[in-house]
Design a protein around this ligand. Structure first.
Ligand code: DX5
Ligand code: ZN
Length: 222
């Protein structure tokens, strides 16, 4: 089992104190920083773009895990690479309007970690053809677009199937879950095979970020 990694989602941070927030989560033990890019088309919300990725890059050496919830991710890819993304995750759904295989190749060619993700309503079969091209598979545990939503436990079935594939084919594949991750949903996620936990509200709304990060890793898995 790869080590458990905690990736705070900057979407829940106080943007007016961005540098301080980044320094606080780094001091709290964050392993990666997760950046949610929303364009108001692929999802019903608008967050931020490459300029925010570049701003976070200025204040952190941590790996930047960029989650593209946008249409035409292939078109905007170069701007996120230039901004300092370390891994880039795109959606498999047709609403993202791109050639998935070509986009994954382009992410690889740009020297970034290659990630693919599927929404709760999307069957696991949709990503199976691409598994061997990935460094990271993100299983959404909420429908994307907003932080603070409730975790969907039925997504653990997909995590288990992904773990089976990983254990049989590529032990280095990161299995990430995103949406509604709190201590009581982190533990079953890890037990079913996830090793990267994205968390927004459960970290940035907590009085003590270090305690929040510890609790997510928790259950004696530290
Ligand atoms: C939702 C995003 C998530 C979100 C997580 O579309 O992909 O990364 O910010 O926030 P919480 O942890 O509050 O559910
Ligand atoms: Zn995300």
């Amino acid at each position: 089992m790869p080590p458990v990694l905690i990736a705070p989602s900057i979407l829940a941070a106080d943007f007016s104190h961005l540098q301080a927030e980044i320094e606080k989560v780094e001091a709290a033990g964050a392993d990666w920083l997760h950046l949610d890019i929303m364009d108001g088309h692929f999802v019903d919300n608008i967050s931020f773009g490459p300029a925010m990725v570049a701003a976070v890059r200025k204040h952190s050496e941590l790996p930047l895990d960029v989650h593209l919830m946008i249409q035409h991710p292939d078109h905007y890819l170069p701007s996120f690479v230039e901004a300092g993304a370390n891994s880039i995750t795109v959606h498999v759904e047709p609403e993202a309007e791109h050639d998935v295989a070509k986009t994954l190749d382009a992410i690889r060619a740009a020297g970034c970690g290659v990630g693919l993700t599927l929404n709760p309503a999307t069957p696991f079969e949709a990503i199976e053809p691409f598994l061997s091209a990935l460094d990271l598979l993100l299983i959404m545990t909420v429908h994307p677009g907003f932080g603070g939503q409730a975790f969907r436990p039925e997504m653990m079935e997909k995590v288990r199937r992904a773990k089976q594939w990983r254990d049989a084919n590529n032990p280095k594949l990161h299995l990430e879950v995103d949406g509604g991750i709190k201590p009581d949903t982190a533990k079953p996620s890890i037990e079913n095979g996830a090793n990267v936990l994205v968390a927004g509200t459960s970290i940035f709304r907590a009085p003590d970020y270090a305690e929040a990060v510890r609790a997510l890793r928790g259950g004696g898995l530290e």
